[in-house]
Design a protein around this ligand. Structure first.
Ligand code: PGA
Length: 251
């Protein structure tokens, strides 16, 4: 039985004080609640260290939003996997569509990052998904297949057990447009099938596949009740503790 995982991708929001306030509010809302899913927050780099202290002892786990694939060196502005580990991160979001489009990250780059994260003991939240143009051309499955094949090249079965996939149709991110539960379920099932043919059915059945793209408390329940949707990667709605809590409650 897969446990649902709700992760909040804060993107470039919240300075240190705002980050502390958001985590404190979320902890307050979670207090004494029995929660049936894993909860992850992914603040900006500058807040990770303090966030780590605040989530300590709660059910909230910590993730980062990106990292470089090299261990160290002359890479101005970059952050390594071991640096993220040293401030208490357990997860790292890799291959987010904003990284792919705005920062030109290729499938090959993302693959290198996934390998390095796993090698260093970080769990990747590996994001994939098609653009509106690709959906209209009816090549969603081709795009997702390419992203999965290239992104996971050289990843072993053992490593796959540590990884989360997030299916995020690019046209649904930050737009208020959500994929219908049926549209999302269809792609999730397809992704699980891809993993099954590559790694076998046991690994595919255990793989957590999150949906992302304008998830809100009022659409979470229907999305999360689909057979192959195992959680949510939340952007906008994770910036308000009560909205994020609404999604957690629905999981
Ligand atoms: P959104 O973002 O919930 O604001 O659409 C999701 C994401 O980018 O991970």
């Amino acid at each position: 039985m897969r446990r649902k995982v709700i992760a909040g991708n804060w993107k470039m929001h919240n300075d240190l004080k705002q980050s502390e306030d958001l985590i404190k509010s979320l902890k307050e809302l979670l207090k004494d609640k029995s929660v049936n899913c894993d909860v992850i927050v992914c603040p900006p780099f500058t807040s990770l260290s303090e966030a780590s202290k605040l989530v300590n002892g709660s059910i909230i786990k910590l993730g980062a939003q990106n990292m470089h694939f090299e261990d160290k060196g002359a890479f101005t502005g970059e952050v390594s996997a071991s640096m993220l580990k040293s401030v208490g991160c357990e997860y790292v979001i890799l291959g987010h569509s904003e990284r792919r489009t705005i920062f030109d990250e290729s499938d090959e780059t993302i693959n290198k990052k996934i390998k390095k994260a796993l090698e260093q003991g970080l769990k990747p939240i590996f994001c994939i998904g098609e653009t509106l143009e690709e959906r209209e051309k009816e090549i969603t499955k081709d795009v997702v297949m390419r992203q999965v094949e290239k992104g996971l090249e050289g990843i072993s079965s053992e490593q796959m057990k540590k990884l989360i996939v997030a299916y995020e149709p690019v046209w649904a991110i930050g737009t208020g447009k959500t994929a219908t539960p049926q549209q999302a379920q269809e792609v999730h099932e397809f992704i699980r099938g891809l993993i099954s043919s590559k790694y076998g059915s046991d690994i595919a059945e255990d793989l957590v596949i999150q949906y992302g793209g304008s998830v809100k408390p009022d659409n979470a329940s229907e999305l999360l009740s689909q057979k192959d949707i195992d959680g949510a990667l939340v952007g906008g709605a994770c910036l308000k503790a009560d909205l994020f809590m609404g999604i957690i409650t629905n999981a």
